[in-house]
Design a protein around this ligand. Structure first.
Ligand code: HEC
Ligand code: HEC
Length: 258
């Protein structure tokens, strides 16, 4: 495990014409300090909740989300053009202005390590949303979402390289998912290689499909409590710096043994 603990290098910015494109294809794992992140997160709790479960369903839940994805999103907000139609309207943009790169890694690691509690909507009946998520609709050019977000919508089974920044979707609030998918449908935002992927995916999604998929995803119970979470708690008690232990938390396949 130790060998895989590399420091995360700065994101690679590639100028393409007038666009500053952030290339996420060679992303390295983010290793922040969750205990340090916890100390910096008070300002975030106002909207994202002390447990990483946001106070309003238009704000995304952060608890248990992949750390690399959270970090990437913070970097995107920080680097955004203030006049960009998506970023200028987002309440997040002013919230990242004073964060350093270390702060963003620590905050991403902290929120990722939180145990996501169950959603109120858990247990809704499967239907069109589930079918679209699993199989897409080839006739309409909609790809299966599970190809990139995992069969259980907890992120892809490969969690290294560029796939580390592919988000988990299960248990996310429906109003937030609807807003994001509607934005992607309008090609917003459009400044990272991953935005281009989702922008392309969402082109053929109509409102009804978006609603159905969002309703189904939000009804799934959030990710399981994992052995990494137990490690995390032990670490918090010892107040030693966190390293690879958090990575265990992000692997969905590892069940708690203790
Ligand atoms: C005023 C309310 C507010 C505060 C304070 C706030 N956020 Fe947010 N956050 C939002 C909203 C709303 C979104 C959705 C933004 C969007 O889609 O453009 C969001 C999105 C995010 C995302 C992207 C999540 C995803 O699933 O893509 C991350 C990461 C995040 N916030 C982290 C933080 C951190 C860390 C802090 C504290 C430094 C913070 N936020 C403070 C409202 C807030
Ligand atoms: C080819 C890979 C790929 C496919 C297929 C795909 N996605 Fe994505 N998706 C991504 C990537 C990469 C991101 C991260 C974008 C970013 O960094 O902002 C993402 C982000 C998202 C988000 C934003 C999550 C958040 O927390 O803000 C939602 C919602 C989403 N995808 C839903 C879907 C749905 C629904 C489908 C199927 C119709 C789908 N995706 C198919 C790669 C994919």
């Amino acid at each position: 495990m130790r060998e895989s603990c590399r420091m995360f290098s700065s994101p690679v910015g590639v100028a393409v014409g007038a666009l500053l494109l952030t290339d996420l294809r060679h992303i390295e794992p983010v290793h922040g300090d969750a205990a340090a992140g916890a100390k910096k997160a008070a300002v975030c709790f106002a909207c994202h909740g002390a447990t990483g479960v946001s106070v309003a369903p238009t704000f995304p839940r952060l608890a248990g989300q992949r750390a690399d994805y959270l970090y990437r999103r913070l970097v995107s907000f920080k680097r955004a053009d203030p006049k960009d139609p998506y970023y200028s309207a987002s309440p997040m943009t002013p919230n990242v202005a004073h964060l350093s790169d270390t702060d963003m890694r620590d905050l991403a690691t902290y929120f990722s390590s939180q145990t996501p509690p169950a959603t109120a909507a858990a247990g809704a009946a499967p239907g069109k949303g589930e079918a679209l998520y699993l199989a897409g609709d080839p006739a309409r050019g909609i790809p299966p979402c599970q190809g990139c977000h995992g069969a259980e919508a907890g992120g892809p089974s490969i969690s290294t390289g560029q796939y580390a920044a592919y988000p988990s979707l299960r248990g996310q609030y429906a109003p937030y998912l609807i807003a994001r998918l509607t934005s992607f449908h309008k090609n917003l935002p459009h400044d990272t290689t991953n935005d281009f992927i989702m922008g392309g995916v969402a082109q053929t999604l109509d409102d009804e499909s978006i609603q159905a998929i969002a309703a189904w995803l939000s009804s799934l119970t959030p990710r399981r409590v994992l052995c990494g979470c137990m490690q995390f708690r032990r670490n918090m008690r010892r107040t030693t710096p966190l390293s690879c232990e958090v990575e265990f938390f992000n692997r969905e396949d590892r069940q708690c043994k203790s």
